[in-house]
Design a protein around this ligand. Structure first.
Ligand code: SF4
Length: 430
């Protein structure tokens, strides 16, 4: 394949540079929190209540983001070793072990600055039991209050009124009073509405960007590239002016790529020839992220949709934060997040993506650590193949444990899969 950029030029588009700077500034604020007196909450990406926290001026700390960022900087092998020495089994989610190892090594975050201790642990429980066990471990470490929001699982892809009311009641009676106690401030619903109004603007632009992959060639990579696009909205910025500005600029950048007929930016620069359009299920591997991405881009394979880009909010099915009914809307957000969806809904979503994005096939990256997600993936594979008529592929790796990323194995499997897609195409053309 040919490219318009040289191999060693690790090209970054303007949006990527901008989002990295935003996230770095957030880590700076966290590092300064003990001096500035800013309050912090440890909380998870799926089902996060960022607008509510920001309405109290509480800074979110996301342990999964710390783990994946540490993995991209080559730190997690040592953190996982520390956690395993303390008795955490090999089978435990490696996000957890990385987090515990980091904490026991001085709680130095991915940017090399010390993370502040939490003023509150806010556990929004959305589908993964590990979330609960993880926060039990953190509760033993930090003497701070814990607020738990129990979000009922969506077994049949529907949010009923009683499910929503159950979550709203907890927000009113437990979560908000806890945040009032921690900050000494009263709940300000007007401020929350204003933050949610901005969330909805950013969400519109994010959806536009993700759906731009329907274009041929796709101007984005909706799995690897999307990791950067979803960073601000999945972490600490939903509801902020910075997020609104970032997503507007990103949208303009992608619109320009479409106008110029450009493919996505890859680790080696612009991809000039889109050979395969793929839908991907499962999170990426973070310890060898760039190498993993190149296994796709070297073959001209572009992810046109992914479920990972929805873990912090499934906006492309229509959900938006709604400032006119703030708590109800926050409840619906938590109920609808990807980790809270059952297998039939995930199968529907993937089958729809294959069709809507006119994909040649779909791939599952099954992650050893994540029992909640890996369970049922072979069933998903068979069902999506049957419904879409497009071939599925299956690879295995891990989130942040480099011992479980076997490059030769994964590359072989991917090459065979892409060859099979090519042969099918040639067969179809004959
Ligand atoms: S088991 Fe999976 S969903 Fe749960 S915390 Fe770990 S990576 Fe996240």
């Amino acid at each position: 394949m040919t490219r318009s950029q040289p191999l060693l030029d690790a090209r970054k588009d303007a949006s990527q540079v901008r989002q990295k700077a935003m996230i770095a500034r957030h880590f700076d604020r966290l590092a300064a929190a003990p001096a500035t007196g800013d309050k912090t909450a440890y909380t998870f990406v799926p089902g996060n209540l960022t607008e509510l926290l920001l309405s109290f001026d509480i800074l979110p700390v996301l342990p999964e983001i710390n783990a994946l960022q540490s993995a991209m900087r080559g730190k997690t092998a040592e953190y996982i070793a520390v956690a395993e020495k303390l008795g955490h089994s090999e089978d435990v989610c490696t996000y957890v072990k990385s987090d515990i190892g980091m904490l026991k090594s001085g709680n130095i975050g991915p940017t090399g600055q010390r993370l502040p201790n939490p003023d509150v642990l806010l556990l929004s429980y959305t589908g993964c039991f590990t979330f609960m066990k993880w926060f039990e471990l953190l509760r033993e470490e930090y003497r701070c209050p814990v607020a738990m929001l129990h979000v009922p699982y969506q077994p049949d892809g529907r949010i009923s009124a009683s499910m929503r009311d159950y979550v709203v009641t907890q927000l009113r009676r437990e979560i908000i009073p806890m945040l009032e106690r921690v900050t000494g401030r009263a709940y300000d619903e007007d401020r929350l509405r204003e933050l949610m109004r901005r969330s909805s603007q950013a969400e519109d632009d994010l959806v536009w960007v993700l759906q731009s992959a329907r274009t041929r060639p796709s101007p984005i990579d909706a799995y690897f590239g999307a990791v950067y696009y979803v960073g601000p909205i999945f972490s600490a910025f939903r509801g902020t002016d910075e997020a609104v500005g970032y997503y507007r600029a990103l949208r303009e950048e992608i619109a320009e790529r479409i106008a110029l007929g450009k493919g996505p930016v890859t680790p080696d620069g612009d991809l000039d020839r889109e050979r395969f359009r793929i839908v991907v299920e499962g999170p990426p591997n973070w310890t060898s992220f760039r190498q993993f991405w190149k296994m796709f881009s070297d073959e001209g394979a572009v992810a046109v949709a992914s479920t990972y880009a929805k873990v912090g909010g499934v906006y492309d099915t229509g959900f938006r934060h709604d400032p006119s009914r703030p708590l109800e809307s926050l409840a619906e957000y938590c109920l609808g997040c990807y980790t809270n969806l059952g297998l039939p809904t995930r199968i529907d979503l993937l089958s729809r993506y294959v069709k809507e994005y006119d994909a040649d096939g779909f791939l599952i990256n099954s992650v050893k650590s994540c029992n909640s997600f890996s369970a049922g993936q072979l069933h998903i594979l068979r069902e999506v193949e049957a419904r879409s008529g497009r071939p599925g592929g299956f690879i295995e790796s891990d989130l942040v444990d480099p011992r479980y990323f076997s490059p030769a194995n994964i590359k072989n499997r991917l090459e065979s899969y892409f060859q099979m897609l090519e042969q099918k195409r040639l067969g179809g053309a004959a």
